[in-house]
Ligand binder design. Structure first.
Ligand code: AMP
Length: 542
């Protein structure tokens, strides 16, 4: 017997309809490419999204057509999120930090029909415009006054003209909630990037779960700053969960340096911010150098790479900002785990709380995790047994876009390529990427722990730990360090810093100081490049 409740498809347009009806006055603030602050509301967002959807339909957009963006976080990008998906199209957010050849590859692979872009990316679009095969229209996210006087882009169009050319008399269509809504490609450190197609259903279920108190804890009283880009896994779903909860949105646009972010947080009374550790490092350095403090920021979710415990401590103890450490991947929408406490943790000391927060947290309801041994058997939840992390759930990928063959799943679970352990309370701790693991005499050494400890040294700005060849042990850890400007530290002092913090045999064999560590398009350290750079490195023999 079926239940007798109403059945409505879980569609992205329903989030916008809710925000318009129940939080119509709520503000959306955006720092624009032009440098000014723009203010709008959910009511205007909904109306302009309908106009844009109508304009897209007039230009022939059909269900499942791919519409690409090269854009910062801002209100026009948000309009595209809702207009394209709401009308049945698929929003393909391209990472503008990729090499132009990769952008061409992605646009061709996705068969994008229209490209909307911020004017900061005009040179990139000029580079690719005649090389991409399927894009028929190039639209600059600008008004007429800002349009370039000259450009080599064929038939360059103006976004505000598109909006002005339609009225908002448009009804969001209803369709199968399993239809694709958005497309993101993995960063592809090995081989070509792979496409992940999010559905309306996966997006809505993720939005509900990520807003929960033990996840991001979002509400209509929040003022949210998504610093994580809207071209990186949909800014961790915040454009959707903000509409769901009616939270105020503050977008940083292109200004991601510490000073600009701090000023925006203060001026716009931001209560919750989301970002990766490399960006937060810049923010904390600005605060330190200017003896500044946050007056409204209460919480931050940090993920995308392991958050060093020293960063958690700085946010919590110096600035009174609660850190939620989250883990996820492009393939998982992205958030699978988030670090919130359980009632029993109220008794923990500050240091014990920090240790727990350095783990990547426990699952959001709707997804599940397990760690498995190389032979495939599930490992115990003892906080110690490390193996490959597998995930499954409502917002986890089952097959890559246009992938041939049987797909990546193993018995219905997605293998993440991360190495982790899980403790008795379900808190997951990432110890490594499987390809970054250091295997010394047959035993694993977790490079993330070694990096986190180095990052705790006051003179270290960034640290990466990679495997270097060793005649006896096969591999031994080599620490690659970028010093903070104006700070000095020696190899011996850094190696001594590990004493008592890890098993002695984990201590790196050597330290090299470099000016910079290569970062990928999403701000992660590219350890594969470092491994190439130090492939012939000879460790000192003792
Ligand atoms: P991406 O698909 O570009 O978001 O990259 C996903 C990968 O980033 C994961 O498989 C992890 O290796 C890494 N990652 C994301 N969040 C964390 C975290 N909190 N701690 C450690 N690694 C992380």
């Amino acid at each position: 017997m079926l239940g007798s409740m109403m059945t409505m498809p879980l569609l992205i347009s329903s989030l916008l309809r809710h925000a318009e009806r129940h939080h119509g006055e709520q503000e959306i603030v955006s720092r624009r490419v032009e440098g000014d602050l723009h203010r709008t509301t959910y009511r205007q967002l909904a109306a302009r999204s309908r106009r844009l959807a109508k304009a897209l339909a007039r230009r022939g957009m059909k269900a499942s057509d791919r519409i690409a963006t090269l854009a910062w976080n801002g209100y026009r990008h948000l309009e595209l999120y809702y207009a394209v998906s709401g009308a049945g199209g698929i929003l393909h957010t391209i990472n503008p930090r990729l090499h132009p050849d990769q952008v061409v590859y992605l646009a061709d692979h996705a068969e994008d029909g229209v490209l909307f872009f911020d004017l900061s990316f005009l040179p990139l679009v000029e580079n690719i415009a005649t090389r991409v095969k399927t894009i028929k229209a190039f639209v600059a996210l600008a008004d007429r006054a800002q349009m370039p006087a000259q450009s080599s882009i064929p038939g360059l169009e103006c976004y505000e003209d598109w909006i002005a050319g339609s009225d908002d008399d448009f009804a969001w269509p209803s369709f199968d909630e399993n239809s694709a809504a958005a497309l993101c490609y993995t960063s592809g450190t090995t081989g070509n990037p792979k496409g992940v197609l999010y559905s309306h259903r996966s997006t809505l279920l993720y939005a509900y779960a990520s807003a929960l108190p033990d996840s991001f804890n979002l509400s209509a009283s929040d003022s949210i700053l998504p610093v994580v880009p809207m071209f990186h896994v949909n800014a961790w779903g915040l454009p959707y969960s903000a509409c769901l909860t009616g939270a105020r949105l503050v977008f940083p646009g292109p200004a991601l340096d510490g000073k600009s972010l701090y000023e925006l947080i203060e001026a716009e009374k931001v209560s919750f911010a989301a970002g990766v550790p490399t960006i937060w490092q810049g923010l904390l350095t600005h605060l330190e150098q200017n003896a500044a403090r946050f007056s409204t920021l209460k919480r931050t979710i940090i993920g995308g790479a392991a958050c060093p415990p020293a960063m958690i401590e700085k946010f919590e103890k110096t600035h009174g900002v609660h850190v939620i450490h989250g883990w996820g991947m492009t393939e998982t929408s992205p958030c699978v785990t988030a670090g919130s406490f359980k009632a029993k943790h109220q008794a923990l000391t500050d240091d014990q709380r920090l240790t727990l927060q350095a783990k990547q947290g426990r699952v959001l309801p709707g997804v599940d995790i397990k760690v498995v041994a190389p032979e495939g058997g599930e490992l115990p939840w003892d906080g110690d047994s490390s193996g490959e992390l597998l995930v499954k759930g409502h917002w986890v990928l089952s097959r890559y876009f246009r992938e041939e063959g049987s797909g990546p799943l193993i018995d219905g679970w997605f293998p993440t390529g991360d190495v982790a352990n899980i403790d008795a309370d379900g808190y997951m701790h990432i110890t490594d990427r499987s390809k970054d693991v250091i295997k010394s005499g047959g035993e694993w050494i977790g490079s993330v722990d070694l990096e986190n400890i180095a990052m705790g040294h006051p003179a270290v700005a960034m640290a990466a730990c990679i495997a270097a060849r060793h005649p006896k042990w096969d591999e031994r850890p080599l620490l690659v360090v970028v010093k903070k400007p104006g700070h000095e530290v020696s190899r011996e002092e850094l190696l001594g810093f590990y004493e008592g913090r890890i098993p002695k045999w984990w201590t790196p064999d050597d330290v090299v100081f470099v000016d910079s560590i290569p970062l990928g398009a999403t701000g992660k350290m590219q350890k594969n490049k470092l491994r190439e750079q130090f492939a012939d490195y000879r460790l000192p023999t003792v």
